[in-house]
Design a protein around this ligand. Structure first.
Ligand SMILES: [Zn+2]
Length: 281
C-alpha cells in the first residue's frame, strides 16, 4: 500500500469574516437528532445579539457551529448560559486554533446552583467556597467580604457540572458532632434541563437509562425539586473565579493577534517602499 501524503496547510491570515474567535461549537444533549429550523428559531428568540447568529449543522450528533457578529456577543452568550433547546441542554465550547470538533469534550457545562437549608449562622463566604469546591470546578460565587450572606434565603455558586456523572443532590451537615442532628442541605440548579430521575444524569430520560434499573431508579431521590428558576438580581457581588478569567484571556489573545497583524502590515509596507526606492536608484 502506498504511503499516505503529508501536507502542511495554510491558516487564516488578515481580517476575514470567517474567524474562529467569533465562533462557538455547541452540542444539544439529546439522543434524538434535532432539526436545524427548530434550533434556529429558538436561538434567534433567546439570544438577543446585536447581529443575528449564523448556525451551521456540523454533524448528525446534534452538533452545531454558531458564528457571532462580535467577540463581546459571544462572551455574553457563554456567560449567560446554560441555554436550553426544548428543555435539552445546549453545551457551548469556544474554538481554539488547531481544534478538531471531534476532539471537543462536551461533557461539562457551567450552571448556577443554589444551596438551601443552611442554618443562618453558616451563611458565610468561607462556606460558599467550601461547598463550591465540592463540585468539579468552581467558576463564581455570590458573596461579600465579611458578615452573614442574608440578602437571600440561600447561597449561590456557579460551577461546572460533569454531565457524565449524577447531579449532586446536596449534603448532610453535622451539628454539634451528633449524627442524629444531621441536617439535609439541598442543591437547586437554575435553568436545569430535563434529566434522568433514575440516575441523575443530564442527556437522557429514564425510558432509555442504561445506568439504573427501574427498581433502583424509582427510589433514587431525584425529581423536579432539583430544578429552579434563575434567581432574581441581587446587590450581592458576584466574585468570578474561572469564567471571566477565561473571557479576559480571550480578549487579550484577540488584541495580541490584531497587534501582530498591524505589525506584519507595517513590515510588508516597509519592504515595498524599500523596493520602490531601489528602482529609482
Ligand atoms: Zn439515567
Amino acid at each position: 500500500m502506498a504511503d499516505s501524503e503529508i501536507l502542511d496547510l495554510e491558516e487564516r491570515v488578515g481580517d476575514s469574516e470567517a474567524n474562529t474567535s467569533l465562533c462557538l461549537m455547541g452540542k444539544v444533549l439529546n439522543p434524538k437528532p434535532l432539526n436545524l429550523g427548530t434550533i434556529t428559531n429558538i436561538i434567534n428568540s433567546a439570544w438577543k445579539t446585536r447581529v443575528p447568529v449564523g448556525i451551521t449543522p456540523w454533524s448528525n450528533t446534534n452538533t452545531f457551529l454558531f458564528k457571532f457578529g462580535s467577540v463581546e456577543d459571544k462572551i455574553a452568550i457563554l456567560m449567560e448560559g446554560p441555554w436550553l433547546i426544548m428543555n435539552n441542554l445546549l453545551v457551548l465550547k469556544a474554538l481554539e486554533d488547531g481544534m478538531v470538533v471531534s476532539e471537543i469534550d462536551f461533557s461539562s457545562c457551567p450552571i448556577w446552583v443554589q444551596i438551601h437549608g443552611l442554618p443562618v449562622d453558616k451563611m458565610l463566604r468561607q462556606n460558599v467556597e467550601i461547598i463550591g469546591k465540592r463540585f468539579g470546578k468552581l467558576l463564581a460565587i455570590e458573596a461579600t467580604e465579611g458578615g452573614l450572606l442574608i440578602n437571600r434565603s440561600f447561597l449561590r455558586i456557579r460551577v461546572e457540572i460533569n454531565t457524565n456523572l449524577p447531579l449532586p443532590k446536596g449534603f448532610w451537615l453535622r451539628r454539634n458532632g451528633d449524627s442524629s442532628l444531621d441536617l439535609w442541605i439541598s442543591y437547586r440548579y437554575e435553568k436545569l434541563p430535563d434529566f434522568c430521575y433514575w440516575c441523575g444524569r443530564i442527556g437522557h430520560d429514564n425510558k432509555v437509562c442504561r445506568f439504573e434499573t427501574k427498581e433502583k431508579g424509582s427510589i433514587s431521590g431525584y425529581g423536579p425539586e432539583l430544578r429552579t428558576r434563575r434567581a432574581r438580581k441581587s446587590d450581592v457581588q458576584v466574585v468570578e473565579i474561572g469564567e471571566v478569567v477565561e473571557a479576559q484571556k480571550e480578549r487579550e489573545r484577540e488584541k495580541r493577534k490584531k497587534k501582530k497583524k498591524k505589525k506584519k502590515g507595517k513590515e510588508i509596507r516597509g519592504k515595498i517602499k524599500f523596493k520602490r526606492k531601489e528602482r529609482h536608484v
